[in-house]
Design a protein around this ligand. Structure first.
Ligand code: 0PR
Length: 392
């Protein structure tokens, strides 16, 4: 550490130089990310309130009330009533919290197991590692949909929880949430839905007259949902969401922290100190955009997704891995050849995509920062690369 501090200008200059090597959303080259530029109004609000700490909610009661209000509002959007929950650092923390709850409320099971689709996000592997339950992965069918019979066959007397995904990480597909509900009906099994990405897409897709299967609290067996403001909610990083149907669960599983300056509160987060500013910012974003604002954003993403899907179908040698439901597209080869070389060549031209070697696909998330002009340039490069590599 320096003895004498530097001038602000000097520091800003060093930072600008250093950070100029980062990719930017604006350039359009970030095609494989679920994050995007937060809404400007959200940033303004965040800067004003970034000192709020909901790790000690009694000190920030107004902020704590906004959190409850916002959870209720999102719960309504997800067809629940009186939904409780909390904001987290992201989908991973929300999923880990859900898995902890699933394990905790079935403390009668000595060797607990949780069943997830093979398409589940890596946060469930992290949860297994941290929490010491056994993760059972149900395989997918050839078309990347969940093999429901296989899923059911993994459920046994040790199963304390099951997970369905509404917007898979690799392709944005929706698991048959209602059918999973039917399978566990009447059994004492916690049902968590991971809608980290889909949570702020699906309600608006439905309003745009798309046929969307039930995936939320309208399915009576669903106990909790992950839905992340810092993905399609245009919120600030870090803001994940954990929504819970039964408020008594917090009382049963939360950690008592009696010494907090603001008074006794129960925690069920992984972290202690946690941002209130990001939550206030998302409260403001929801109020500012309203349903129609979100619908407009999603509509543009979908139009761009359709454009991209059409362009891909015109290129010989590659194809869509699955028909897109939301603004996520997977590209694979027609003849089953590895997708890795195409990915490598695209990277050389600064197109940054997600690569899923287990499914042999590259993923594009058509986020709000991805414009048609970017996709037009991208597909020209893609076509050129596929021709050069002689993939047929
Ligand atoms: N659940 C699902 C279905 C997800 O897709 C993700 C993240 C999570 C949970 C975890 O969310 P957090 O990352 O907020 O903890 N999916 C993205 C992915 O793995 C995360 C991401 C975002 C990766 C931006 C890269 C990137 O540039 O693709």
């Amino acid at each position: 550490m320096l003895n004498e501090g530097l001038s602000k200008q000097k520091i800003i200059k060093i930072l600008e130089e250093k950070l100029s090597q980062d990719f930017s959303y604006k350039s359009g080259s970030i095609l494989g990310s679920m994050c995007t530029e937060p809404l400007d109004f959200g940033k303004e609000i965040y800067i004003k309130y970034l000192h709020k700490n909901l790790g000690d909610p009694g000190l920030f009661q107004g902020c704590a009330e906004l959190e409850i209000e916002l959870i209720l509002e999102i719960g309504d959007l997800f067809n629940g009533s009186n939904i409780t929950g909390t904001f987290t650092t992201g989908g991973s923390e929300a999923n880990i919290i859900a898995m902890r709850v699933a394990k905790k409320i079935r403390s009668d099971i000595r060797n607990p197991e949780i069943v997830v689709p093979a398409s589940a996000h890596v946060s469930f592997d992290k949860a297994e590692d941290l929490l010491g339950f056994k993760l059972r992965k149900a395989k997918l069918k050839e078309n990347f949909e969940l093999d429901l019979d296989y899923f059911e066959s993994l459920i046994n007397k040790n199963t304390c929880g099951v997970v369905g995904i509404a917007g898979t990480t690799s392709l944005g597909l929706i698991d048959p949430i209602e059918k999973i509900g039917e399978i566990i009906e009447g059994k004492d099994i916690f049902f968590h839905v991971d809608a980290a990405f889909g949570g702020f897409v699906l309600p608006f897709l439905k309003k745009l007259n798309n046929k969307i299967p039930s995936w939320d609290f309208s399915v009576k067996e669903v106990d909790s949902i992950t839905a992340d403001p810092h993905k399609m909610g245009l919120g600030l990083i870090p803001t994940g969401g954990f929504l819970l149907r039964d408020s008594k669960v917090l009382q049963k599983t939360g950690f008592e922290i009696p010494y907090l300056a603001g008074g006794n509160f129960k925690h069920f987060h992984i972290v202690g100190t946690r941002p209130g500013g990001t939550i206030i910012a998302f409260w403001a974003i929801m109020k500012y955009l309203g349903q129609n604002g979100f619908i407009k954003i999603i509509k543009e993403c979908l139009e761009n997704t359709d454009y991209l899907a059409k362009r891909i179908s015109e290129i010989n040698g590659i194809k869509l891995a699955a028909k897109p439901i939301m603004n996520i597209i997977g590209i694979t080869t027609e003849n089953g050849e590895s997708i890795c070389e195409i990915d490598e060549e695209l990277r050389k031209r600064s197109w940054m995509l997600g690569k899923f070697t287990n499914f042999n696909l590259i993923r594009i998330v058509v986020m709000p920062h991805v414009k048609k002009s970017h996709l037009s340039k991208f597909t020209q490069d893609l076509e050129d690369i596929v021709k050069r590599l002689k993939i047929s």
